[in-house]
Ligand binder design. Structure first.
Ligand SMILES: Cc1cc2nc3c(=O)[nH]c(=O)nc-3n(C[C@H](O)[C@H](O)[C@H](O)COP(=O)(O)OP(=O)(O)OC[C@H]3O[C@@H](n4cnc5c(N)ncnc54)[C@H](O)[C@@H]3O)c2cc1C
Ligand SMILES: *[C@@H]1O[C@H](CO)[C@@H](O)[C@H](O)[C@H]1NC(C)=O
Ligand SMILES: *[C@@H]1O[C@H](CO)[C@@H](O)[C@H](O)[C@H]1NC(C)=O
Ligand SMILES: *[C@@H]1O[C@H](CO)[C@@H](O)[C@H](O)[C@H]1NC(C)=O
Ligand SMILES: *[C@@H]1O[C@H](CO)[C@@H](O)[C@H](O)[C@H]1NC(C)=O
Ligand SMILES: *[C@@H]1O[C@H](CO)[C@@H](O)[C@H](O)[C@H]1NC(C)=O
Ligand SMILES: *[C@@H]1O[C@H](CO)[C@@H](O)[C@H](O)[C@H]1NC(C)=O
Ligand SMILES: *[C@@H]1O[C@H](CO)[C@@H](O)[C@H](O)[C@H]1NC(C)=O
Length: 624
């Protein structure tokens, strides 16, 4: 009887061990029986790496002799249960010579060309076509459709529509065993093209959509509400779960941005950043497929290197994230108000005085755990002198009542009045964090623009009479007035205190912990269908103005998820002092160099060839 109960206990423990994942789709895993003698599918052995690291050696591409034969692709598709999709450029349906020409689908593509909700359902294309090299542009209506001008070179050769862990393991093993470029696309929102890869095998995580609310969950020192989340969930999914379970979860601002993929792994800010820290600070555990094809549980006690690196150290680098457990918070409402003022109602001088006054309050905004979402827009006239500027901000103050919000706003409004800006603000209202309803999801508008960003530290804005304060405002002003760029900034502070346990010990770029402003400059020049030399010239001009921002923020950094794909010395900007440790983890966990993302950790060992010097993803990925 005693033996029997011991046996029973062992079985129970074994089952619990075997079930250490979040969702049923994770119980479907690759087994030895699936692999059999198929060398395409075997797991990776770090002891016997054969891929060459010699300079100039490239990943294998469709026209190469060593590209897997059609029959091996067919057999791979069978192993996947039919989940393999051929990569086709979105606009191909508009080209009469393509086998898939379809006037109705072409019309749909035209209508939705700037809508992220359309592209998130596209297995092969990301949202900013210029980062795929514009290899298959949308032909203008009624133009003569020349089939030669649509090429697949910008999209993956094949896509695995992953709905189980086994699908991901098969893709990882097939790509690694055949030296293919491997990419991961979730929502395809990435501003740097990190989810794109011409000629690659792509893993599409969009349909890893499960969710489970955990009213009381304990791990390490955390005891509280939590949620199991699948890697494919997006803002609108989490918003609806927030309402269903009466909880708060951290999400991106855009309706269709993936909340668990690149957003979580690169940091992830929200309207609650000063209150609860970044999305990477919410993580309590992760389930991951690593470069060897194995499925691992990752938390503060297990696989601690990945635990550190995958919370802020960037996506598509250390493994494929399958699901996570994240903190859930009580429902929270915020007091909010908006302010706007503009020329020509104001003189140019009064306008820039108003900008100074606003920035004199951003440290106070952070200390109140608040959030400011700002734009300085330029209305273009002819030449510099006839241009006008407008400023808008939406301020939100989580946890504050209407009355507290009004009291917070008062000193800012009275300071604005002192410089001649009166009645610029809306009245204070309160609202819940989960405002996006699935029925309302129209997608975010896609912007095919180059941007660049910088984290401005607290000390720059602490004293409005200081030289550094003046120089910071001047650097912003120069980028708008001389540069002509759209200025967008977010005032928030994911301090270590806001992050709390276990966020404090993570790979988020250290500069973010000290910042009170994440500022971006957008080049309003379109980069679509613009000759390479012109794109290079646009960027070098943008970079001149960014250098002014860097000059006033020495030692700070930049938020990798909303940043310049051509950021100089990206290692320091995006990772800071974490870089050496992250590179070590990358090399240990992925000695095959299977995962690659431009500006990712270790990406300096690779260069795209055949892209006319641009950071587009349509060329061949080769060793430097
Ligand atoms: C309209 C809009 C609004 C935005 N709002 C915000 C915001 O409020 N706050 C904020 O912080 N950022 C915001 N962003 C930026 C956002 O963080 C990035 O675009 C981010 O890359 C989105 O991640 P994704 O997984 O949705 O995108 P994708 O482009 O699909 O992926 C981004 C990167 O992550 C990798 N990746 C994705 N899933 C996985 C996975 N499961 N495992 C491993 N790697 C993976 C991809 O390979 C790629 O390198 C916004 C962007 C846009 C376009
Ligand atoms: C994979 O198999 C499925 C089911 O048989 C099929 O519909 C699909 O077209 C195949 N994919 C490719 C790339 O051939
Ligand atoms: C394109 O053709 C359609 C129908 O043939 C016509 O209605 C439309 O005006 C044309 N558009 C342009 C821009 O010429
Ligand atoms: C991907 O898989 C999902 C879930 O099985 C399915 O609904 C969807 O149609 C597939 N998409 C494509 C393009 O095959
Ligand atoms: C939601 O939760 C809050 C506190 O956590 C509670 O006060 C409120 O009554 C709940 N609302 C509903 C509809 O359950
Ligand atoms: C600017 O503020 C005024 C007054 O609150 C408001 O009526 C107006 O709609 C606002 N404009 C914009 C563009 O936000
Ligand atoms: C900063 O600018 C303000 C207003 O333009 C000025 O009064 C102040 O003296 C300047 N401070 C320094 C240190 O230059
Ligand atoms: C504005 O003027 C400055 C200095 O005269 C010049 O360097 C800059 O290029 C001009 N900007 C635009 C957008 O015309």
């Amino acid at each position: 009887m005693r033996y029997l109960s011991v046996f029973f206990l062992i079985c129970v423990l074994y089952l619990r061990e075997a079930a250490s994942y979040n969702f049923p789709y994770e119980s479907v895993q690759l087994t030895g029986a699936d692999i059999g003698t198929n060398k395409d599918l075997t797991f990776g052995d770090p002891e016997s790496i054969t891929t060459s690291k010699a300079s100039g050696v490239c990943k294998t591409y469709p026209e190469d002799a060593s590209w897997p034969s059609d029959s091996r692709w067919v057999s791979f598709n069978e192993s996947l249960g039919g989940a393999l999709i051929q990569g086709v450029p979105t606009a191909a349906v508009c080209y009469q010579g393509w086998p898939g020409f379809d006037a109705t689908r072409c019309a749909t593509a035209r209508t939705n060309w700037l809508n992220s909700a359309f592209f998130m359902e596209d297995p092969a294309s990301i949202m900013e076509p210029w980062l795929q090299g514009d290899r298959c542009p949308l032909p203008s209506a009624n133009s003569s459709l020349n089939v030669m001008s649509c090429s697949s070179a910008g999209v993956p050769a094949f896509v695995v529509n992953a709905t189980t862990v086994k699908h991901v393991q098969l893709a990882v093993n097939f790509a690694r065993n055949n030296n293919l470029r491997l990419t991961i696309k979730n929502s395809g929102h990435d501003f740097s093209g990190r989810s794109a890869g011409g000629g690659a095998l792509s893993i599409w995580t969009h349909y890893l959509k499960a969710f489970e609310y955990l009213p009381s969950f304990s791990i390490g020192e955390y005891h509280g509400q939590a949620a199991r989340v699948g890697a494919g969930l997006q803002t609108y999914d989490l918003s609806s779960y927030m309402r269903q379970y009466n909880i708060t979860l951290i999400t991106p601002g855009g309706n269709t941005v993936g909340a668990i993929g690149g957003y979580l792994q690169g940091g992830g800010h929200s309207g609650l950043t000063s209150y609860y820290g970044m999305m990477s600070d919410q993580v309590l555990s992760l389930e991951v497929v690593t470069a060897d094809g194995k499925f691992l549980h990752v938390d503060m006690n297990e696989n601690e290197d990945l635990w550190y690196a995958m919370r802020g150290g960037g996506g598509s680098t250390y493994g494929v994230l399958i699901s996570a457990i994240i903190k859930a918070h009580s429902p929270i409402s915020s007091a909010s108000a908006s302010i706007n003022f503009s020329m020509p109602k104001l003189s140019e001088n009064a306008f820039w005085e108003g900008i100074r006054v606003y920035h004199a309050h951003i440290v106070r905004l952070c200390d109140a755990k608040g959030f400011g979402f700002n734009y300085i827009r330029t209305a273009v006239g002819t030449g510099n002198s006839s241009r006008t500027y407008s400023f808008t901000t939406s301020i939100s103050l989580p946890g504050m009542s209407r009355q507290e919000g009004t009291a917070f706003m008062a000193p800012l409004l009275s300071d604005l009045k002192l410089v001649g800006i009166a009645s610029a603000a809306s009245s204070v209202t309160t609202s819940s964090f989960a405002t996006i309803s699935p029925a309302a999801v129209m997608g975010d508008t896609i912007q095919t623009r180059h941007l660049s960003s910088r984290l401005f530290p607290r000390e720059n804005f602490e004293d409005p009479t200081s030289d550094i304060f003046n120089r910071s405002v001047q650097a912003i002003k120069d980028s708008v007035v001389q540069g002509g760029y759209l200025f967008h900034s977010i005032n928030h502070c994911p301090t270590l205190e806001a992050a709390g346990y276990p966020g404090t010990n993570s790979a988020l770029v250290p500069a973010y912990r000290k910042a009170v402003m994440h500022a971006s400059a957008y080049d309003e020049q379109p980069y679509d269908n613009v000759p390479p030399a012109q794109q290079v010239a646009y960027h070098s001009r943008l970079n001149e103005y960014m250098q002014k921002w860097r000059d006033v923020t020495p030692g700070s950094g930049s938020y990798m998820n909303e940043a310049d794909v051509d950021e100089p010395d990206f290692q320091t900007s995006f990772y800071g002092s974490n870089y050496p440790k992250l590179l070590q983890i990358k090399k240990k966990r992925d000695p095959w160099r299977l995962f690659y993302a431009t500006t990712g950790v270790g990406s300096e060992d690779w260069k795209l060839q055949g892209t006319d010097g641009l950071s587009t993803q349509d060329g061949k990925l080769c060793r430097v």
